[in-house]
Design a protein around this ligand. Structure first.
Ligand code: CUA
Length: 344
């Protein structure tokens, strides 16, 4: 009886897994389509085995059931060479089918396309608790939103800056670990259509693992080129000189905007146009409305007031306690960042 509430809660728990943008059952690109193919193949084999085994069991239960007046012990059978061969051979064949299909895909999706002229190269670095995306061919670095052109192979090289994380975009590709031993994992993905695809860290990595999200934003080739140009444009700094001074002194030591600042924190260029800020999802796909019903600026103020409250365990200094920012300065910086959008 104690288990009843547990089972009653199960549908609720499972319904949380039903986020459309996080489903491997709705592939939006080549790799995810192939992976869904593997899921379908294994599920089909599993269901077929189950149906056949249960059918045979049911037949035997009914046919050889004890009938009224039947009191003697039935004939005892031990060993059957032919049957044993059959029930060894069938699973072997099934496992071989699964193995061949899986190994093929494992190699195909780990293929290195970085030498491919048409592919877009991206170096992915995972951090506690954010993602860095570097485009070596364009000399640009961004964070949290991976912007890609549709219909092109994106050749990924993945590593970590600290602990083990895993790169996963359910509707496009995944999962690929970012290892702590210095090895660089290769993977690729390709989006069929324009859209925003939700990505997740798929390896328990610390107190804010659950908030370690990112987005893949697939845009047209034309938009992608515009985005690259916008990223390379000179930095836009706060208009108010006093705010600009604080921003440069306290924020740009770690963060970068345009051609200014440091590399150790997430790059903030165009942050006002991102799909999420501090892993707070801003726009529900298609709705155009903030997912938490608050403007970007309010989310940024919340973050700057107390980053540890929003994302426990993150490496950012506390703006108020550690950096001595006032409420007015936080408000002004949040407003500046919210207005910092790139057009592409
Ligand atoms: Cu990074 Cu979980």
């Amino acid at each position: 009886k104690r288990l009843v509430p547990l089972f009653a809660g199960l549908p609720l728990l499972l319904s949380a897994c039903g986020r459309e943008d996080l489903s491997v059952l709705r592939p939006q690109g080549t790799v995810a389509e192939g992976q869904l193919g593997l899921i379908k193949l294994s599920v089909t084999i599993m269901v077929a085995v189950m149906v056949i085994v249960f059918a045979i069991a049911a037949y035997v239960w009914i046919k050889y059931r004890r009938r009224p007046g039947q009191n003697e012990v039935p004939k005892q059978v031990e060993g059957n060479f032919k049957l044993e061969i059959i029930w060894t051979a069938i699973p072997l064949v099934l496992v071989l089918i699964l193995a061949v299909a899986t190994v093929q895909k494992v190699f195909a999706y780990g293929e290195d396309y970085s030498k491919d002229k048409d592919a877009v190269k991206v170096k992915v670095t995972s951090h506690l608790f954010w993602w860095e995306f570097n485009y070596p061919d364009y000399g640009i670095t961004t964070a949290q939103d991976l912007i890609i052109p549709t219909g092109k192979k994106i050749a990924l090289e993945l590593k970590t800056a600290d602990v083990l994380h895993s790169f996963w975009v359910p509707s496009l590709a995944g999962k690929t670990d970012t290892n702590t031993d210095g090895t660089v994992n290769k993977a690729w993905l390709e989006a069929d259509k324009e859209g925003v695809y939700l990505g997740k860290c798929a390896e328990l990595c610390g107190p804010s693992h659950a908030f370690m999200e990112f987005k893949v934003k697939a845009v047209s080739d034309d938009s992608f080129k515009k985005w690259v140009d916008a990223m390379k444009a000179p930095a836009v700094l706060p208009e108010d000189p006093a705010v600009a001074e604080v921003f440069k002194k306290q924020c740009l030591t770690c963060h970068a905007v345009g051609d200014q600042g440091g590399p150790s924190g997430p790059n903030l260029t165009g942050i006002g146009g991102r799909e999420s800020v501090a892993s707070i999802l801003l726009n529900e796909e298609g709705s155009g409305k903030p997912a938490n019903s608050k403007p970007v600026k309010d989310n940024l103020v919340e973050w700057l007031q107390d980053p540890q409250k929003v994302k426990p365990g993150n490496k950012m200094p506390q703006p108020k306690e550690d950096l001595g920012l006032s409420d007015e300065e936080i408000d002004a910086i949040a407003q500046y960042l919210a207005d910092y959008k790139l057009s592409y």
